[in-house]
Design a protein around this ligand. Structure first.
Ligand SMILES: Cc1ncc(COP(=O)(O)O)c(C=O)c1O
Length: 343
């Protein structure tokens, strides 16, 4: 049987129709290139208002790897490194993009995909002189690669540790919407400029055709940032396309509404999976969940549903990753739960 519903990721569908509408409505308007268009300016204004921060700079880029590379380029000197959990996207899933620039990633063990202040302190203490790299930045993602979230207090402790050690704090917000509306986190938009040096608001995985909004808080990092964008091929002549999308996302709270939909259906999935007697790799709190199922059940489900088999879990079981999106249909979730046998 052909795959009927995909839970592979949150970028399988195109874009929220409201985004397409803004693109269509503005299609014939003649605009200046490279981010100096009216749509990009309006998107920046709306984002600053949502963050309750007029002092930040906002730049648009096309994807998450690009955002991470450019942010790190602005933060790190040639001999400096970035601390991240070993499961971090930059460490596992970016084809060595960071390492290809000559920067080491100090990968440390985390808890449920989250970095701890103790691990940061340990790493800093281990790097004592010029025979080693010098940790200069900390990378966290909200939500994490395991679908978990940092609370305000947790991120606050990480920031304190960074400040004491002279490290920048960078937050990868590929799934920031899902994290913000998660019941497990009290961290909101307005907290981010207070708790990070630089972060991005992910559009690609939250209803945009593509695009992320990089937000720079620390004035040192703002300087000449457009040169970093240009050197990385990220200063887009058609920046209006990204601007228009973020206007649609931030005009009337649409960004969080889309994330709410994804989380609601992920919660429905995880409740049903729990009720059927299965456990999870990490607490299911956002739109990515990681149930542990018998391999025979996985094989059967794979005939009808798309999802990633994440890791072996021993004893004839594996962890799978199910991702819901802004466009996931309730019917797909209900069918999946009906097809899942009780443990
Ligand atoms: C947390 C996180 N950061 C960055 C990325 C990279 O995004 P892209 O594939 O757009 O480069 C992803 C993509 O899955 C991600 O999940």
């Amino acid at each position: 049987m052909a795959i009927k519903h995909s839970f592979l990721d949150d970028y399988s569908e195109g874009a929220d129709p409201r985004i397409l509408k803004v693109l269509e409505d503005t299609n014939l308007a003649q605009e200046i290139g490279y981010g100096n268009d009216r749509l990009s300016h309006e998107a920046v204004r709306l984002i600053k208002r949502r963050l309750r921060a007029q002092h930040v700079d906002v730049h648009f880029v096309s994807g998450g790897t690009q955002a991470n590379l450019i942010a790190l380029a602005a933060m790190l000197k040639p001999y400096e490194s970035v601390i991240a959990v070993s499961s971090a996207h930059i460490n596992i899933h970016e084809a060595g993009a960071v390492e290809a620039t000559g920067h080491k990633i100090n990968a440390v063990e985390g808890t449920d995909g989250k970095l701890t202040p103790a691990a940061i302190q340990r790493t800093v203490a281990q790097h004592t002189d010029e025979h080693m790299v010098k940790p200069r930045a900390v990378f966290v993602s909200q939500a994490t690669e395991l679908g978990t979230v940092y609370s305000k207090a947790e991120l606050g402790e990480i920031l304190k540790t960074c400040r004491r050690a002279g490290l920048y704090l960078y937050l990868d917000g590929a799934r920031l919407g899902s994290a913000i509306v998660s019941k497990a986190s009290d961290l909101n938009f307005a907290d981010l400029p207070l708790l990070t040096d630089i972060f991005y608001i992910g559009g690609t995985k939250n209803g945009a055709l593509l695009g992320e909004a990089l937000v720079i808080v620390n004035p040192v990092l703002k300087e000449n940032f457009r040169f970093y964008l240009k050197q990385h091929g990220a200063l887009l002549a058609k920046n209006r396309v990204l601007g228009a999308q973020f206007v649609a996302l931030f005009k009337d709270g649409r960004y969080l509404d889309l994330a709410r939909h994804a989380n609601l259906l992920a919660a429905k999935l995880s409740e049903g999976i729990k009720t059927s007697g299965y456990g999870f790799l990490s607490p299911p709190t956002t739109n990515q969940i990681f149930p542990i199922l018998p391999d025979a059940v996985i094989d059967r489900l794979r005939r009808k549903y798309g999802f990633h088999v994440w890791a072996p879990a021993g004893d004839g079981h594996s962890v799978i990753r199910l991702v819901t999106s802004w466009a996931t249909k309730e019917k797909a979730v209900e069918e999946f739960l009906r097809d899942l046998p009780r443990a």
